[in-house]
Design a protein around this ligand. Structure first.
Ligand SMILES: C[S@@+](CC[C@H](N)C(=O)[O-])C[C@H]1O[C@@H](n2cnc3c(N)ncnc32)[C@H](O)[C@@H]1O
Length: 193
């Protein structure tokens, strides 16, 4: 285990909590979600992970902890925040396997599969209004590949995610919601379904 990553995690977990734009909050994943994220990565053994919403990089570190081979593509549209996250990844010794995309999620998703490989696992933790549209775009660009989807805030931001949650069963082979403080949705998606 890389001890640098644990030191960086300790540093990052106190960051965030500020508001960006009118409705978004840059809250990092809660403590009860951290190890679940790592365990899901360990169980799924994804080669490619796609994360929507890097923030300061806390969830990225836990995704990285789950499997030392996985390549993580992570998207953040706030360049100052992405720059800070890049420093954290450097300090944690994981930057060689993190590819940061500093742009809107929809722009990065449009790069699948040419510049961003089709992901095996997707973690969504960005603007709630974009969950449905972005997951739908990922599915349609993934050409039949099965994807493990993990989505944060499906309980505490339930109202904002109502349309996403209603749509989910139509694209999921199976779906569960882990009752963390924020609610963590885990679903196996059949691309193209
Ligand atoms: C909840 S925070 C992410 C926290 C991070 N996952 C963690 O656990 O440390 C959401 C982040 O997504 C970014 N964001 C929101 N909407 C976005 C979009 N459409 N495209 C790219 N980044 C977005 C925000 O700037 C913010 O930093």
């Amino acid at each position: 285990m890389n001890s640098n990553i644990l030191a960086v995690i300790e540093k990052i977990c106190v960051l965030g909590g500020e508001q960006y734009g009118e409705r978004g909050w840059r809250n990092p994943i809660r403590q009860d979600t951290e190890l679940i994220l790592s365990a899901l990565v360990t169980a799924a053994q994804p080669k490619i992970i796609l994360e929507l919403g890097t923030g300061y990089g806390l969830s990225t570190c836990y995704l990285a902890l789950g499997d030392s081979e996985a390549i993580i593509h992570t998207i953040e549209f706030d360049s100052a925040v992405a720059e800070q996250a890049a420093k954290h990844f450097q300090q944690a010794g994981i930057s060689a396997r993190i590819q940061q995309w500093v742009c809107d999620s929809s722009e990065a998703i449009a790069l699948i599969p040419q510049e961003i490989p089709i992901p095996d696992l997707v973690f969504v933790d960005h603007a709630k209004a974009h969950y449905k549209e972005d997951v739908s775009a990922i599915i349609s660009r993934s050409y039949g590949k099965e994807i493990l989807l993990i989505a944060d805030n499906v309980e505490d931001r339930k109202q904002e995610l109502a349309e996403f949650l209603e749509w989910m069963p139509s694209v999921a082979l199976n779906l569960t919601i882990i009752s963390t403080k924020c609610g963590l949705l885990v679903a196996r998606l059949k691309a193209g379904k």
